[in-house]
Unconditional design. Sequence first.
Length: 250
Amino acid sequence: MLLDIGLNVLLGLALGTLGGLFGIGGGLIAIPVLGVLFGLDQQLAQGTALVMVVPNVLLAIWRYHQRNRIDWRHAAALAGASFVFAIVGAAVAVSLDAGRMRLAFVGFLLALAAYTLLRVFLRPAPGDGQLRHSWPWLSVLGAGAGAAGGLFGVGGAVIATPILTSVFGTSQVVAQGLSLALAAPSTGVTLVTYALHQQVNWLLGLPLAVGGLLSISLGVRLAHALPERLLRLLFSGFLVASAVLLAMES
């Protein structure tokens, strides 16, 4: 029992580092890992991953804010709409077939990876942190990302980051910080929804959360140390790796 807990904490350390590096709280990679290593179905893997993701996201927001100040007006516009639509997405997710959810999630990841990779090779001009569109438009992004986050259990940060850099013109690290702010309320409500439907393994999720909290600050430091183009390239590769792991579960 103690060995299992220790190994789960170590796994949480790795996932937390990746979550801090890519501004996603670690849930995106945790979901397929939980499915492959522990044999959890899609909904249970998503609910269990959220136990780690929620505290990781809150700590990562603070770390990103310390290094690159988050505009809380922008964060509120994203988070408010995300919260409402995450409730809808989570309610739909717990009633769907696990196999179809898994296939949909794989397609979702691969589409985002292709989009992000395309932007790497097109060499777009780097963002400067200033929005190209007025901030209320962030609520539209928050609504779509929140619905996706509730449906797939990843808080919507993964879909918000590439849109913030390409459509709104922010830098990668600014986008990742804002995406975490978007994810905070939606991941919280999604976790509650999954828990009410008995789709959470707390004995597995809590050690992962401990490991994640110990390592996510390291990931944030790495994110701010890497060149912008390399960070986007790594983010794209990360999405592909997550999709492959999830496809292995099929």
